[in-house]
Design a protein. Structure first.
Length: 67
């Protein structure tokens, strides 16, 4: 159903939503990158950083400094 509605696979859709939440939390600036990574369900902060950079082209710290 998700593919039919959005044109994206379920995995792609979930990843986009997670990165959207990550951007909100990073812009807020109240929590560390590690805290955000754990809140979003990443076992290791490095995995979060890698996924975020793949999605946005910026590291979480780099994104935070721009906003």
């Amino acid at each position: 159903m998700i593919k039919k509605e959005t044109g994206k696979t379920a995995l792609e859709y979930i990843q986009l939503k997670i990165m959207g939440l990550a951007k909100q939390k990073l812009s807020d600036g109240k929590k560390t990158v590690n805290e955000i990574a754990y809140e979003l369900g990443f076992q290791y902060p490095a995995h979060f950083t890698r996924a975020f950079k793949k999605s946005t082209g910026l590291t979480p710290v780099g994104y935070r400094s721009l906003n």
